[in-house]
Design a protein around this ligand. Structure first.
Ligand code: UD1
Length: 326
């Protein structure tokens, strides 16, 4: 199978490039190929059977000024790619999506059962009430797991554009009979994770602090939960996804380890492995953050045969060692 991999010079794309045992053509803005350039795509897509689309502007969007760039790279870029795939009769797409399309995760209310709360109130956060409240009775909720059929609720520019990519890919699949698979990545970490940028995820922010001799600053009460999934597991599932899906449809999968951790646990594990200062739990909060985002990995296990293999302890050890080694 001949595969075009976009975003091949990025963190996840680089690992996907290593995992693909196909005839691979790579494209990346950093190596001079822009997915918004139809002529470049026309050259690259000749004879291609499938596209693995990792190229995207990532992070959460630090500023409203970023909106045009998110829309351009992620939405217009994907639309341009899909149109080019249709021109060249390329019938298979694997799309890097994100758990951020769900917004706040799923929760249970003692009185109202399964609910999906709205954004948390600034007054609650300031008062140290970090778990969201029931939209019906205002009681504080208990977190549960999100499945792929949960209604999307994107809460920032990045999330909005990831959901738009899924919708465009679904349109493309329906119109062309193509097969689209969207991989909703959870918190991906591992070797070569970008550091020292405002778009870095929490694992790399903590590691950068520790390497500079500073304590990781754990926001809220540190009990917010995430699912940290290793980048080599994520690369592997991209390869599996090339053989999955249904013609004429987009199928979405949560890509998670199924073994969530708190942000406080992550900070403590990294501090221990690096021998750096113990984390400080600050009570700070970011209004745009969701509290817990924990999903069921069962559909990916059932239909893609994917189960994350790299345990959190081993992954964190390797992650810390890769940069602390002399
Ligand atoms: C992250 C990514 C998002 C990606 C998603 C799924 C970023 C900024 N976010 O979202 O793009 O789609 O994973 O892969 O890349 N925190 C601290 N201390 C800090 C920084 C953060 O305690 O110094 C906390 C936050 O308050 C939050 C948690 O860590 O509770 C996770 O933060 P972060 O990694 O930035 O964002 P996610 O929402 O998990």
């Amino acid at each position: 199978m001949r595969v075009l991999l976009t975003g091949s010079a990025g963190f996840i794309g680089g690992h996907v490039a290593q995992a693909l045992d196909h005839d691979v053509i790579t494209a990346d803005l950093r190596t001079g190929v822009d997915v918004r350039d139809p002529a470049a795509l026309d050259r690259l897509l000749r004879g291609v059977d499938a596209v693995v689309h990792q190229a995207a502007k990532v992070g959460l969007g630090v500023d409203v000024a970023d909106l045009p760039d998110y829309a351009s790279v992620n939405v217009y870029g994907t639309a341009t790619l899909l149109a080019a795939m249709a021109r060249h009769g390329v019938g298979r797409l694997v799309l890097a999506s994100s758990m951020v399309v769900y917004g706040e995760g799923a929760y249970d209310c003692a009185r109202h059962g399964r609910v999906r709360p709205g954004p948390r109130r600034a007054a609650d956060l300031a008062a140290g009430v970090f778990d969201p409240r029931c939209p019906h009775c205002d009681d504080v909720l208990t977190p549960s797991v999100v499945a792929e059929d949960a209604a999307p609720d994107p809460r920032n520019a990045y999330a909005t554009t990831k959901l738009a990519q899924e919708h465009l890919a679904a349109n493309w699949a329906r119109e062309t009979g193509g097969t689209a698979v969207a991989l909703r990545y959870h918190n991906v970490y591992g070797p070569r994770m970008p550091r020292d940028t405002p778009y870095a995820g929490v694992a790399s922010i903590f590691l950068s602090a520790l390497l500079a001799g500073r304590a990781p600053r754990v926001f809220e009460d540190g009990r917010q939960r995430r699912d940290f999934v290793h980048v080599r597991d994520v690369a592997r599932v991209n390869v599996l996804a090339l053989g999955a899906g249904t013609a004429g449809e987009l199928t979405a999968y949560n890509i998670a380890s199924g073994r969530p951790r708190t942000v406080g646990e992550l900070a403590a594990a990294l501090a221990e492995r690096t021998g750096g200062p113990a984390p400080v739990t600050t009570g700070e909060y970011r209004l745009g953050d969701v509290r817990h985002i924990v999903a069921s990995p069962r559909k990916a296990a059932r239909e893609l045969g994917f189960t994350a293999e790299i345990a959190f302890e081993d992954g964190v050890e390797e992650f810390a060692a890769a940069v602390t080694a002399p």
